[in-house]
Design a protein around this ligand. Structure first.
Ligand code: SAM
Length: 297
């Protein structure tokens, strides 16, 4: 039995047999560390607040340890998996183990990203064009930050994102402004989402064991989130400022404007010392800089 009283449903022994028969070896490049603890995956779905009828994008469903709990609460799951062997197994598992009165399951055999800055067009096409939708995923570590940034910048972005990622990434997503973990991904996501650190997950919960700890982050879209155009403008400015994060803003912002005197004047107007580094600016000052018409991406 799982913590919430439901029966353990992912047929791990059967899956192991099938994986062995298929000669499957997990790929480190694809971040194939499968979360085997169903109490944890069920808690993740619960903490994400997913309810019957919700549309959920799951990137990297792997063997389905998170997919089945999502289906159990009645979600409409769109699973995007790059590894065709895993997706075949997952489709069988959903057919065999999915509850008849559970949610619905659709899947795409694809790389979720097209390049670093775009979602695969097939995924975009399959996402809802209106109404709230959600991301719940144990994300492949190599693409977790780009995936979150790409989704945050969509025309119709997710209302919430609950992700299990490398602990360091979870800490960066949820970092307090100006703290040691604060960086471009923190600023870009926190411009549009309220963030909350969830559980920390040790390597022993996965097969195979990763070398590092993992952590859950929950992001909920702010009612006053910027428009898509404003977010992309802000995001481009943050990338430019943080690409020289150890230098003073007088120089960095000056080079971005092509005029260091003008940059100093603007910084003075905003009450920012030109020696300040981008990483020491609170969100309000980053927003004030992005709102200046003198800089165009
Ligand atoms: N969700 C599963 C779990 O919790 O056990 C598996 C998570 S595992 C960390 C990451 C999964 O993402 C793997 O199944 C891997 O094949 C898949 N994957 C890796 N890169 C991907 C990409 N670019 N697009 C879609 N899936 C990807």
């Amino acid at each position: 039995m799982t913590d919430d009283g439901s029966t353990r449903r992912v047929p791990w022994n059967k899956l192991k047999e099938r994986l062995r028969a298929a000669g499957f070896h997990p790929s480190r490049r694809l971040g194939q560390n499968f979360l085997l603890d169903e109490n944890l995956t069920r808690a993740m779905v619960r903490d994400a607040g997913i309810a019957a009828g919700d549309f959920v994008l799951e990137i990297g469903p792997g063997l389905g340890f998170l997919t089945l709990p999502l289906l159990d609460v009645g979600a409409h799951v769109l699973a995007v998996e790059i590894d065709g062997r895993l997706l075949e197994l997952l489709r069988e598992t959903v057919q065999e183990e999915g509850r008849p009165d559970g949610g619905t399951f659709d899947s795409l055999h694809l790389d979720c990203l097209a390049g670093k800055h775009d979602l695969a067009p097939e995924v975009l096409q399959a996402l809802p064009k209106e109404g709230p939708w959600h991301l719940v995923s144990n994300l492949p570590y190599s693409v977790s930050a780009p995936v979150l940034a790409v989704l945050a910048g969509l025309e119709h972005p997710p209302a919430s994102m609950s992700v299990l990622v490398q602990l360091e990434v979870a800490e960066r997503i949820c970092a307090a402004p100006c703290s040691g973990a604060w960086g471009p991904i923190s600023a870009k996501l926190q411009a549009s989402y309220e963030v909350e650190r969830g559980r920390t997950v040790g390597p022993g919960m996965f097969w195979p064991r990763p070398k590092v700890d993992s952590g859950i982050a929950h992001l909920r879209r702010l009612p006053e989130a910027p428009s898509r155009a404003a977010w992309h403008h802000f995001s481009a400015m943050v990338s430019a400022l943080f690409s020289r994060r150890r230098q003073g803003l007088g120089r960095v912002w000056g080079d971005m404007l092509g005029d260091r005197d003008l940059a100093r004047q603007i910084l003075e107007e905003l009450g920012i010392d030109p020696k300040t580094r981008a990483e020491s600016l609170p969100m309000s000052q980053l927003n004030s800089l992005a709102e200046r018409p003198e800089w165009t991406a």
